[in-house]
Design a protein around this ligand. Sequence first.
Ligand code: SAM
Ligand code: SF4
Ligand code: FES
Length: 360
Amino acid sequence: MAKIVDIINKAETTHSLTKEEIVDLLRCDEYDQQLFLAADRVRSQYVGDQVHLRGLIEFSNICQQNCFYCGLRKENTKVKRYKLTPDTIIDLADKAKSYNYKTVVLQSGESQSYTVADMQYIIRSIKALGLAITLSLGEKSREEYQIYKEAGADRYLLRIETTNSRIYKELHPGMSFENRLRCLQDLKDLGYELGTGCLVGLPNQTMECLADDILFFKSLDADMIGLGPFIPNADTPLAQERGGTFNTSIKVMAITRLLLPDANIPATTAMETLNKNGRIIALQSGANVVMPNVTEGEYRKMYMLYPGKICVNDTPKHCVGCITGKIQGIGRHISTEFGFRQSKKLTNNLQEYAEKERNM
Ligand code: SAM
Ligand code: SF4
Ligand code: FES
């Protein structure tokens, strides 16, 4: 076994590791601080000290899927379902703009409860406000993805959740791993900035599985990678599971930063659910994005993926002040840019990027 410090050095200088090296890193906790410091240096070198804030609008908790881990799953009858009207969603985006967020993330359960025309209207109206738009609506047809891209959506988040096809199958009744891959490929082909990611600590998931997940993000050359611990929800079939740990989640994230140095990587809400300083620790271990919630009132509580979700009793205004203070407290700055992926800015897409920043 190569020395752990040598593996960390190799990752920091070459941005490439073998599966075995990643597994060694994940298994050994003795050099975690060195790993986090290396990820922090790479983050600083490639994406700078700015933190991009993306305002998260959880616009509906209606879902037709039954993912075993998720509180929004169709068979969870304890959830009171809601769907915001298109104009309410646009209004929330306008409020996000007033907090100086440059991007809104429109997230929901997977469903047909909004028509394609509704979504086009929402996307076009938000675009007209001068905001960048990230969608996170689950699996759709290529045609539907294309329509939303043409309406003005810039980015799409669709986690692979796990690259182990057997575990994927066990946890996603009625869904297929092949279709998940098809969606990711379609989104990439259509020119979206592509976000994916995984859950850490799923039942039967090993360190080898997590190493495969990280290598998958690299082979896909994902623009954004959002990952966090799986947190068991009492109203799901995985109620009795142990769930993921904060430390392993941060390690997977730090290694991801070392291997994809210029990707956008959020400090996720689930990390802060397990550790009250979780997002700041994540920002100091490779992350450069935070997604504060801009959903208002009772809906925050109703979008309950897992217990203990942060900020459910807070207002969007309170959250912007809270997270800004925390970020500035560690000497980082809030970005005033749209925060597209750096390599798209620096290399082959220079013109497209410049145009995007100009046209917003
Ligand atoms: N329905 C869309 C989808 O599945 O892509 C978007 C919304 S879904 C609630 C967003 C993410 O929540 C999922 O990708 C999943 O990783 C995460 N999630 C769901 N249940 C969770 C749990 N119990 N613990 C941690 N994260 C969870
Ligand atoms: Fe629905 Fe997404 Fe939750 Fe799966 S993870 S049940 S698709 S909201
Ligand atoms: Fe919501 Fe701190 S970000 S209370």
